[in-house]
Design a binder for this molecule. Structure first.
Ligand code: C2E
Ligand code: MG
Ligand code: MG
Length: 596
C-alpha cells in the first residue's frame, strides 16, 4: 500500500530540478551531483482518478522519484499552482471527472511557468494518444502498466530531454531581460538570414542616454527595472516585425527584424511606455537605424553602422533617432582609411607642420613675435586634408597623442633650425589636446623633445583648448601648474567658445589668452560681439596676461583691436598657415625691420 498523504507532506527541498546546472554565488553547479550528494530526488505528479492506478504507478515511480498525487484535473491544477513543489514531470490520465486530462494539458500550455513541465499521457486509446501529443504531451504510456522498467526509462528520458532544453534556453538568454545574449543573437540572426533572404531586414541599436547617472541617482534596482521594461516593450514591438532582440551591453540593445518604413513611431511608443509618472525617473532612449541591410556585408557590421547612427544623436536633445545613410557610410569609410593610414603618414612625413605668424601690434609697426604650429596631411590619394577632418577623429580614439608627439617634435626641430640659420628664437606654440593632458608621461615627453633640440621651455609654448578645461578641471589645474613650474608657457586656446572659461580663470594660472575667432568674425556685425571683445580684453588686463586675437582678416578688425589694447594678432590679414620655407620670409622681414 502506498502512503500517499505521508508522501505529499514530506518536506523535500523545492529545488528547481528542471535546471540541471544552476548559477549560484560560487558559479555554476552541477545539479545532478548536488542532488546525489544531498539525497534529493526529482518530484513527479501522478494525476489519475482511479486509486488503483495511482498506487501501481506510485509503486513503480517511487524507486526513483518523489511522487505527488491528484485524483482529478482540478486537484492537479491546484497543486501545480500552489508552488509548493517543483515538478519535473506530470503523468496524466485523460478521462477523469471534474476536469479531464485534455483540459489539464490546455491549462498547462497556457501558463508560462507550467508550459515547460513535460507531460506523459496515460491512456489505452490510440486516438487519444494522437490528440494529446498534438496538445503538447511529450509522450504516452499505455495502460495497463505491466512493464515497470519501460515506464521508468521513458520518464527518465522525457525529464532529461526537457532539462536539456531548459539549459539551452537559459544559456542563450540574458538573465535580467530574457532577451538573447550576444553570441546566440548573432547565431540566430545568421540562421534566419540563411533561410529567409527574401524579406529585407532592418537592424537597430538602442541605448539609454546617461544610464550610469540614472543608476547612481535611483539605484541599481530601479535601473534594472528600466532595462527589463525596455526589453519587454522591445520584445512586444519585435513580435510585429517577426524579429528578435538582444541586450548587448549594460544599456545597449540590438534589434533585428523585417524591414519597416520608419521607426519614429516605434521609438515614440517605447519612450512612452518607459516614461512613468515620476518625472525625476525619466529616461531618454535613442536609436540608430540601418535599413535594408546589405547582405554581402558581415552581420556585425550592420550593427556597427546602426551604432554609428545612434552615436550621432548622443546628447542631442532635438532628435532621438538617426538613420545610417550613404553619407555616413562614406564618412565612416573615410575615417577608417585615415585611422589605417596615420602610422604610415608619420613614417613618410605626409603630415606637414605649417606655421602661422603671430604679430605684436601695439608698436608703430607690427612685429613678428611667434608662430602657431598647425598640422596638415598631404595624403597620397586624397590630397591635402585639413585638421578639421582628422583631429576630432583622432581625439575620439586616442590616436591624437601619436600625432601630437610628432608635431611637437617637428615644431621643436624647426625652432632649432631657424635659431641656427637666422640667429633668432621664434617661439612656436603647439596644440595640446585634452587627451595629452591626462597622459602621465606628458611632462617627460615634452622635456625630452626640448633636450633633444637644445631648447628652453619658453621656446615651445602650449595651447590648450578651452574644452579641455571643462572636462577634468582639477586634473588639468595640477598639470598646468606643474608645466608652468618647469617654465612652459600656457595659452588658453579658443577662449570664449565654451562654458568653462571664466570659472577656470579663477583657479588656473595661464600666460596668454587666445580669443576665439568667432568674436572677431562678428565684431563688426553687432555691438554685443564688440562688447564681448572688450570684455575679454578687460579680463586679460585684470589677469595681467596678453591676448592673441585669432582669425583677424582685415585692416578694420586690426584697428578695432589695436585701439582696444589687444596685444597680438594671428590671422589671414598677416598670413595663412604656411610651410616652413614660406615662413622664413617673415623671419627675414623681421630681422630687416629690427636692423633699420
Ligand atoms: P586652433 O588651434 O584654434 O587654430 C586656429 C585655426 O584658425 C587654424 O585652423 C587656422 O588656420 C585658423 N585661422 C587662422 N587665422 C584665420 C583667419 O584669419 N580666418 C579663418 N577663417 N581662420 C583662421 P586649422 O589649421 O584648420 O586648425 C583647426 C584646429 O585644428 C586648430 O584650431 C586646432 O584646434 C586643431 N589643430 C591643428 N593642428 C593641430 C595639432 O597639431 N594638434 C592638435 N591637437 N590640434 C591641432
Ligand atoms: Mg591653437
Ligand atoms: Mg584657436
Amino acid at each position: 500500500m502506498i502512503m500517499m498523504e505521508e508522501e505529499r507532506n514530506r518536506t523535500v527541498c523545492a529545488i528547481p530540478f528542471r535546471l540541471v546546472i544552476v548559477k549560484t554565488l560560487k558559479g555554476w553547479i552541477d545539479m545532478d551531483n548536488f542532488r546525489k550528494n544531498n539525497g534529493l530526488r526529482r518530484r513527479v505528479l501522478v494525476i489519475d482518478d482511479e486509486l488503483i492506478n495511482r498506487e501501481i504507478l506510485g509503486n513503480i515511480l517511487n524507486q526513483d522519484y518523489e511522487v505527488s498525487y491528484a485524483a482529478d484535473g482540478q486537484e492537479a491544477m491546484d497543486l501545480l499552482h500552489s508552488g509548493e513543489n517543483v515538478y519535473s514531470l506530470v503523468l496524466l490520465d485523460l478521462l477523469m471527472p471534474v476536469m479531464d486530462g485534455f483540459q489539464v494539458l490546455n491549462n498547462m500550455k497556457a501558463d508560462d511557468t507550467l508550459k515547460t513541465v513535460p507531460v506523459i499521457v496515460m491512456t489505452s486509446e490510440v486516438d487519444a494518444e494522437v490528440s494529446s501529443i498534438r496538445l503538447g504531451a511529450a509522450d504516452f504510456i499505455t495502460k495497463p502498466y505491466n512493464m515497470p522498467e519501460v515506464i521508468l526509462a521513458r520518464c527518465q528520458r522525457i525529464i532529461e530531454l526537457s532539462e536539456d532544453k531548459s539549459i539551452i534556453s537559459s544559456a542563450e538568454k540574458d538573465i535580467l531581460t530574457g532577451l538573447y545574449n550576444r553570441s546566440f543573437f548573432f547565431e540566430y540572426v545568421r540562421q534566419i538570414e540563411k533561410y529567409d533572404a527574401v524579406h529585407s531586414a532592418d537592424v537597430l541599436v538602442l541605448n539609454i542616454d546617461h544610464f550610469h547617472m540614472f543608476n547612481e541617482m535611483h539605484g541599481r534596482k530601479e535601473g534594472d527595472r528600466i532595462l527589463r521594461k525596455l526589453a519587454a516593450v522591445m520584445q512586444k514591438k519585435l513580435g510585429e516585425t517577426e524579429g528578435i532582440g538582444c541586450r548587448i551591453g549594460a544599456d545597449t540593445f540590438y534589434w533585428y527584424g523585417n524591414h519597416m518604413e520608419g521607426y519614429e513611431d516605434v521609438l515614440a511608443s517605447i519612450q512612452e511606455e518607459l516614461s512613468g509618472k515620476d518625472q525625476s525617473k525619466r529616461v531618454r532612449v535613442r536609436a540608430g537605424v540601418y535599413q535594408n541591410v546589405d547582405r554581402s556585408a558581415e552581420v556585425e557590421n550592420w550593427f556597427d553602422w546602426a551604432k554609428q547612427a545612434c552615436d550621432q544623436v548622443r546628447g542631442d536633445y532635438s532628435r532621438q533617432l538617426a538613420y545610417y545613410s550613404s553619407d555616413l557610410h562614406d564618412k565612416s569609410l573615410y575615417h577608417e582609411q585615415l585611422i589605417n593610414d596615420i602610422d604610415e603618414a608619420i613614417r613618410n612625413k605626409d603630415l606637414i607642420v605649417y606655421y602661422q605668424p603671430k604679430y605684436g601690434i601695439q608698436g608703430e609697426v607690427p612685429h613678428l613675435r611667434s608662430a602657431e604650429a598647425l598640422v596638415r596631411w598631404k595624403h597620397p590619394e586624397r590630397g591635402m586634408i585639413s585638421p578639421g577632418d582628422f583631429i576630432p577623429l583622432f581625439e575620439s580614439n586616442g590616436l591624437i597623442q601619436r600625432l601630437d608627439h610628432y608635431v611637437w617634435q617637428e615644431a621643436a626641430a624647426q625652432v632649432r633650425k631657424w635659431k641656427e640659420e637666422f640667429d633668432v628664437s621664434i617661439p612656436v606654440s603647439v596644440n595640446v589636446s585634452r587627451i595629452d593632458i591626462h597622459d602621465p608621461c606628458l611632462e617627460e615627453q615634452l622635456r625630452s623633445i626640448l633636450e633633444k633640440n637644445g631648447l628652453s621651455a619658453e621656446e615651445v609654448m602650449l595651447e590648450i583648448t578651452e574644452s579641455a578645461y571643462a572636462e577634468n578641471a582639477r586634473g588639468l589645474t595640477e598639470v598646468v601648474e606643474r608645466l608652468r613650474e618647469q617654465g612652459f608657457r600656457i595659452e588658453m586656446d579658443d577662449f570664449g567658445s565654451g562654458y568653462s572659461s571664466l570659472n577656470m580663470l579663477t583657479t588656473i594660472s595661464i600666460d596668454v589668452l587666445k580669443m576665439d575667432l568667432q568674436f572677431i568674425r562678428n565684431m563688426q556685425k553687432d555691438d554685443k560681439s564688440l562688447k564681448m571683445v572688450e570684455l575679454v580684453l578687460d579680463i586679460a588686463k585684470f589677469l595681467k596676461v596678453p591676448v592673441v586675437a585669432e582669425g583677424v582678416e582685415d585692416e578694420v578688425q586690426l584697428q578695432l583691436l589695436k585701439e582696444r589694447g589687444c596685444d597680438l594678432i594671428q590671422g589671414y590679414y598677416f598670413s595663412r598657415p604656411v610651410p616652413p620655407e614660406e615662413f622664413e620670409k617673415f623671419i627675414k622681414d623681421e630681422i630687416e625691420l629690427s636692423e633699420e
